[in-house]
Write a protein that binds this ligand. Structure first.
Ligand SMILES: [Zn+2]
Length: 237
């Protein structure tokens, strides 16, 4: 495997290339934004670069789509003083000693309580449990609200909802009509959560991201572009 890059307009496209005994050259963009080329054994590097360059517009489009779903959070250390988000707001973390293990959110502070001052690993576990508990309630509540609008379009009312830890997406839906939401999404505002839920609900009717999909999205959530933009900003912080 080799690494190479091409310039396409003002952007640079880095890619990896693997040669193998195959007939045709294939370019793929992964959810983590990696561009991968699989080429027949005898393909010279300049031909590969030319092919990547030709697909520049398509690669950029794929990047943009995947970027919408990349939850880019700086790594957290789970120590007192750092900020953690919940429903679009910042909260200061405080790890303290107390009678029993709990997490409380009071006046802009997230208290993580443990019998002895919780070590980062313990604090992380407790806080994640708290996020999950709140995600279960909030996501369900938002699903009910979004379904009120979506059922008009013949979209199934309240499809099964699951919460997962995902690395590269905010949400997804399965062929069986299940909706999966990233646990991290509980850190975004309700309007962004609604955007992701509505997006997945629309996929129950239109699986791909073609014009029909975005028309449906526009109909059910006329300000979806704005919400999408906010979700991106949120992810960039
Ligand atoms: Zn989608």
């Amino acid at each position: 495997m080799t690494c190479d890059r091409v310039r396409w307009g003002r952007i640079e496209i880095p890619f990896t290339c693997k040669w193998s005994p195959r007939e045709t050259l294939a370019i793929s963009v992964h959810p983590d934004l990696r561009v991968e080329v699989n080429a027949p054994l005898d393909t010279p590097p300049e031909v590969i670069r030319e092919r990547v360059n030709k697909r520049g517009a398509w690669i950029r489009k794929a990047w943009r789509e995947f970027e919408l779903y990349l939850p880019k959070q700086p790594p957290r250390r789970y120590v007192s003083g750092e900020t953690h988000r919940y429903l679009g707001r910042q909260y200061r973390l405080r790890c303290v000693e107390g009678n029993e293990e709990s997490v409380k959110c009071l006046r802009g502070i997230l208290y993580v309580v443990s019998r002895t001052e919780p070590a980062p690993e313990r604090a992380k576990m407790l806080l994640e449990g708290w996020y999950r508990e709140h995600a279960r309630r909030v996501f369900r509540e938002r699903l009910v609200e979004c379904c009120k609008r979506a059922t008009v379009e013949g979209i199934e009312n309240k499809p099964p909802l699951f919460i997962r830890k995902m690395v590269s997406r905010w949400g997804s839906c399965s062929g069986k009509g299940r909706i999966y939401l990233n646990l991290e999404l509980i850190k975004a505002s309700r309007e962004c959560i609604d955007y992701v839920i509505m997006h997945e609900l629309c996929h129950l009717k239109v699986p791909s991201h073609g014009p029909r999909f975005w028309r449906l999205m526009e109909k059910l959530m006329p300000d979806y572009e704005e919400r999408k933009r906010k979700l991106n900003q949120f992810a960039d912080v």
